[in-house]
Design a protein. Structure first.
Length: 457
């Protein structure tokens, strides 16, 4: 197994380390999350980010060129837990940073200051593919046959797709098993998991109940879990930030704004920038804003209202446990129109605290109404997205209103998933009279009626 990388407990008072081949999703010693950590002196990372420019545009059929065409694996020097030849890739990460001047103007920002990192262009239609390529690379390396996840939708779609493209040692596709809650799930996402052949199990409960079941069953049923509690998932998601920097000519923006669900992205982004700073590849870190929906606001409540902090890797676990116990006693559960972030017990909460600490960040909450209005604004300016994605733009509007973000700041909002992930939400908004609704107009089948509708003489 790779001797330049290891798994390491994130808790400051623990420091336990494990081999990459140990299939763990928590530290055996203290129960905290694990990181993938590197011995950078032995990994020989690049001396400058401009090193990666020679890999732009590769589209040949050879395996090496296919890796360069991946928006994840062309940065394999910065996630060297696997050698390039081991990587599983289906063309993930070919996403672009969009300069959104129309939306910027509508929000009162200066031209050229607002950018949208649109991860909906991934093969399964969401950011999850960035992490799934890394998790499946490790699963195949370990000889796994069954991969599983708990999901609100996007994870199941990505897992099912990658399983069809990842052969086991016998040459057959891996078996994909997905657990979905009995409540809300966007049908566009569920349709993908079913279509790609995943065995789909609907649990009586929400996403958090699915996570409890899958963690309890993993060893007994030999399931390789690819939720973001898997530290290799987050290694792939780091590359979203590398592509942002690439598009900005390797200049660090002022703000990264990201929806907060299970907090995998925010955790991965912080790790990416901390490593780049450690390597001397950037001279500063952007600020981070994580945006919760008000109905699924665990991080907001703990961080902004109760003062929970990273505290140098000594976060207050008793506060978190007490918070969850109180919610359970009151029968409270996460609820929001943005199903992808409808999570009450985010598994990556401690890592997100670390990112907020390193990136001088903050947490905000926005209503479902604000999310849907922001989604309509994004769509009206030519960038469709699922509701959870729009939380980042709704959060930006709030940060501008409170003057935390300046109109001249250079801001990157992460759009996590494609508009067609949840078309029902879009139709309901426009037909239901949302503030920015664009409802269909009824018209009789004759030219005079059409002329009146179009305002023609």
């Amino acid at each position: 197994m790779n001797t330049t990388a290891r798994q390491e407990c994130i808790a400051a008072d623990c420091g336990a380390t494990y081999d990459l081949g140990d299939v763990l999703f928590a530290c055996r010693k203290c129960g905290a999350l694990l990181d993938v950590r590197y011995d950078w002196d032995r990994c020989e990372p690049p001396k400058s980010l401009h090193f990666f420019e020679e890999r732009w545009g590769a589209r040949k059929a050879s395996h090496e060129s296919r890796l360069d065409a991946s928006g994840v694996w062309r940065f394999h020097d910065l996630l060297p837990f696997a050698v390039a030849g081991e990587a599983v890739t289906i063309g993930e990460g070919r996403t672009m940073l969009q300069q959104a001047d129309g939306l910027s103007s509508a929000m009162g920002m200066k031209p050229g200051r607002l950018f949208l990192q649109y991860e909906g262009f991934n093969p399964s239609g969401s950011f999850k593919d960035n992490g799934m390529t890394a998790a499946f690379t490790m699963a195949r390396k370990l000889g796994k046959r069954r991969v599983a996840c708990a999901s609100t939708g996007n994870t199941s779609a990505s897992l099912a797709l990658f399983a069809r493209h990842t052969p086991t040692v016998n040459g057959e596709p891996m078996q994909a098993i997905v657990f979905v809650g009995g409540g809300k799930i966007a049908l566009g996402k569920l349709a993908q998991a079913l279509d790609y052949g995943a065995k789909t199990i609907q649990i009586d409960g929400d996403f958090d109940a699915c996570m409890r079941i899958i963690e309890a069953a993993a060893d007994r049923l030999q399931l390789y879990v690819v939720n973001s509690v898997n530290p290799f998932r987050l290694e792939g998601q780091k590359t979203i930030m590398y592509r942002v920097l690439e598009a900005l000519n390797w200049e660090v923006p002022d703000w990264i704004i990201v929806p907060g669900g299970n907090l995998g992205n925010s955790s991965a982004f912080g790790k990416a920038f901390m490593e780049l700073k450690e390597l001397g590849l950037v001279d500063r870190l952007p600020r981070l804003a994580i945006v919760n929906a008000t109905g699924a606001n665990t991080l907001y409540d703990l961080y902004e209202n109760r003062g929970l902090r990273w505290n140098g890797g000594r976060w207050d676990r008793e506060m978190i446990d007490g918070f969850y116990a109180d919610r359970r006693a009151q029968g409270l559960a996460a609820t929001t129109i943005a199903s992808a972030i409808e999570i009450g017990r985010p598994v990556n909460l401690p890592k997100a605290l670390r990112s907020l600490d390193a990136m001088n960040g903050g947490v905000r909450q926005v209503s479902d109404e604000a999310i849907l209005d922001a989604k309509a604004m994004v769509g009206a300016h030519g960038y469709g997205c699922e509701p959870a994605s729009a939380a980042s733009v709704a959060g930006l509007r709030l940060l501008l209103d409170e003057k935390t973000v300046s109109p001249s700041d250079r801001v990157v909002c992460i759009l996590t998933g494609h508009a067609l992930k949840d078309p029902d939400a879009t139709i309901r908004y426009h037909q239901g009279g949302g503030r920015l609704a664009n409802a269909p107009v009824r018209c009789a089948a004759d030219i005079e009626a059409l002329a009146r509708v179009l305002g023609a003489s």
